[in-house]
Design a protein around this ligand. Structure first.
Ligand SMILES: [Fe+2]
Length: 161
């Protein structure tokens, strides 16, 4: 399957720069990182959950949103702004740079803005994207498990989907 938009984002200069900056900012972080492995896992789990829940969604939109959803972390670490809002703004600019169609851009920005909200309507793309962001974490083998501030019910202590 061709993921044209997602691959354009990967090649975008500003995106690459932000990913490197994020890696540097998180180099001593003991908790879950926000790296390429996380982004791709979020995309894959979202695709699986869409299929399981009969949600129709554009795979390129899912992968693009997953690649961009935590990009605002750089702004959060440096300026203390929330990463969903900062990320939506930066993502919008990157999407314009890569020539993203306006309707896809709106869907991606919406996913980024709602990825920290658990109150999304069930059986929507927003809801499964939120769930995928959480399910992507391997709490059962995490070294920081005992000091993590996630509540026990939120932690992925078992392999499940
Ligand atoms: Fe995330």
């Amino acid at each position: 399957m061709k993921l044209e938009l997602a691959n354009k984002i990967l090649l975008n200069e500003r995106y690459s720069r932000l990913i490197k900056q994020l890696e540097e900012l998180e180099k001593d972080r003991i908790f879950c990182g926000h790296d390429m492995e996380h982004f791709i896992n979020v995309a894959r789990i979202t695709v699986m959950l869409c299929s399981k829940n009969n949600i129709e969604a554009d795979t390129d939109v899912i992968y693009s949103a997953a690649l961009l959803h935590d990009i605002g972390r750089v702004e959060e670490y440096i300026n203390g702004v929330s990463h969903d809002k900062a990320g939506a703004e930066i993502a919008g600019e990157i999407l314009e740079e890569v020539g993203c169609p306006i309707d896809k851009k709106a869907e991606i920005v919406k996913l980024i803005l709602s990825h920290r909200r658990s109150d999304n309507e069930k059986s929507t793309l927003e809801a499964v994207f939120y769930t995928a962001d959480k399910k992507s974490r391997l709490c059962f083998c995490c070294k920081a498990q005992d000091i993590c501030n996630w509540s026990e019910d939120k932690k992925n202590n078992k392999v499940e989907i």
